[in-house]
Design a protein around this ligand. Structure first.
Ligand SMILES: Cc1cc2nc3c(=O)[nH]c(=O)nc-3n(C[C@H](O)[C@H](O)[C@H](O)COP(=O)(O)OP(=O)(O)OC[C@H]3O[C@@H](n4cnc5c(N)ncnc54)[C@H](O)[C@@H]3O)c2cc1C
Length: 448
């Protein structure tokens, strides 16, 4: 797990960032008989996928684990790797806690104000799918759009959470409406959707994708800080030395790109896109109870509200007697790290608000906060408001022998595992088509 020896530090392709995107790029490049060096700043591969351990040794996915109906590439990879999925059990009423007031409503109930917003949103989605989204949507934030339909602020807030929470955006005014439309269009679900939950989480996918790494040198704990483009090669400077390559794939978020010095500088339009990019972070907590006490009360275990842990899901496994609730909290990227004890106290206080008391003892707890992670650059990646949807295509466009990947630059499924895989594969395809053309022109046999 290191950089190639000094005497041999030229490879065909360097892939920087070994999250799902970089791993997908390497997997595709691997079959083509070219030399590859993988690099990641962390001491592990997998990026935002991470198995976390609870206080009592249970394993949970601390990163991505849900796959949307429209995420076809994910579905085909799961089939290929034999990964199983489950769905969350939603029967019963959900709890809502807003403005200090708690109430319950059936999971299938849709309040008229929210129904109105859903219908108008679905119309925009249909326009987007037909390529007929009107120009004004590009310049509009989610927050502004929500105020345009005569719906009261309570239901605007609830719908904002439905739309934006998945994009891990805390502020609907900071997220582009066109981005929200394109995100939900590629997810391919209606509002009350059921996502498939991968057994083993995104980490199981990363482990399978990483099988392609075995044949290649991988340098971990290695931070790329400068990329210099020469006529026929590219030089990648890291804290562990320099490596040169014919091509580099930068499978990192735009936020991480801000930390890399380019020579010559990236074009002005690209620099502007990257410098204004903001990412939000979130935390995930799992609380295990002795039993599923909420079922006795006719509750589904789902909850939503304006507390810090804004979304609660019933993540209990069918084969266990215990009950597990999964909580998501949005945080500002770069926010200070709280102790596990402080996070646990906050989580239990929010559960008390949602459920008015917790009748059974907590038997286990796990949490992960991504806000203070130095290399995640946040979690979700909504296009900031004012960025046209086509900005993603601009971010993905190669510059000479530098290729860009990472979920943020995907045209379909951006912000999710689907987008990460697709963007990595698209960068690899781009390089392979050049390599194959060169091989053909030079009369060399093609390896693929
Ligand atoms: C809590 C959470 C829950 C989520 N839930 C879901 C979900 O249910 N479903 C879903 O589809 N998606 C979900 N996502 C989103 C999903 O995790 C990401 O879209 C996806 O994992 C991104 O993969 P990536 O390879 O593009 O980026 P990353 O995983 O961020 O990988 C980038 C890699 O680049 C490395 N790096 C950065 N800078 C440098 C540098 N200068 N030098 C070297 N290496 C560098 C980083 O260490 C990292 O390993 C979730 C994300 C989080 C955090």
């Amino acid at each position: 797990m290191k950089l190639l020896p000094k005497s041999d530090r030229h490879v065909d392709v360097v892939v920087v960032g070994l999250g799902l995107s970089g791993l997908s790029a390497i997997r595709l490049l691997s079959g083509a008989g070219i030399s590859i060096q993988g690099i990641d700043a962390r001491a592990r591969i997998g990026g935002k996928t991470q198995t976390i351990k609870s206080e009592n040794g249970r394993s949970f996915e601390g990163g991505p684990e849900f796959v949307k109906p429209g995420h076809e590439r994910m579905k085909s990879l799961m089939k290929e790797f034999g990964l199983k999925s489950t769905t969350l059990q939603r029967r019963g009423h959900k709890s809502v806690f807003r403005g200090g007031v708690r109430w319950t409503e059936h999971n299938d109930y849709i309040e008229p104000g929210i129904r109105c917003l859903r219908e108008r949103f679905d119309q925009l989605k249909a326009d987007f799918e037909k390529g007929a989204l009107e120009d004004w949507v590009e310049g509009c934030s989610v927050g502004t759009w929500l105020g345009m339909h005569g719906v009261d602020t309570l239901h605007q807030d609830r719908f904002a959470q439905e739309l934006v929470f998945e994009l891990a955006g805390t502020d609907p005014f900071a997220v582009s409406m066109a981005a929200a439309v394109s995100y939900h269009a590629s997810a391919g679900h209606s509002h009350n959707h059921q996502s498939a939950r991968i057994v083993g989480g995104g980490s199981a996918l990363a482990t399978n994708l990483a099988l392609g790494l075995e044949a290649h040198p991988v340098a971990l704990d290695t931070i790329v800080h400068a990329v210099t483009r020469n006529y026929e090669s590219v030089e990648i400077q890291t804290n562990n030395g320099v490596v040169t390559a014919s091509f580099v794939v930068l499978a990192v978020s735009p936020t991480a790109l801000k930390q890399i010095r380019f020579s010559p500088e990236l074009p002005e339009s690209r620099r502007r896109l990257i410098s204004g990019w903001k990412q939000q972070a979130s935390s995930k907590s799992f609380v295990v109870f002795e039993r599923r006490w909420w079922v006795d009360a006719g509750l589904s275990g789902f909850a939503e509200g304006d507390t810090s842990n804004a979304v609660v899901m019933n993540a209990s496994r069918d084969d266990e007697r215990e009950g597990t609730l999964l909580l998501f909290a949005n945080e500002a990227a770069g926010a200070p790290r709280f102790s596990q004890e402080a996070i646990k106290a906050g989580v239990l206080a929010d559960l008390e608000r949602y459920f008015q008391g917790l009748p059974y003892p907590v038997v286990d707890f796990a949490t992960i906060s991504w806000a203070s992670d130095p290399f995640a650059g946040g979690c979700g990646s909504p296009l900031p408001s004012g960025y046209p949807v086509r900005s993603r295509l601009e971010l993905a466009r190669p510059i000479g022998n530098i290729f860009f990947a990472g979920t943020e630059v995907a045209e379909h499924g951006w912000g999710s595992m689907e987008g990460a895989v697709r963007a990595g594969e698209a960068a690899a395809e781009g390089i392979l088509s050049i390599v194959r053309t060169d091989q053909r022109d030079s009369g060399l046999p093609s390896h693929s």
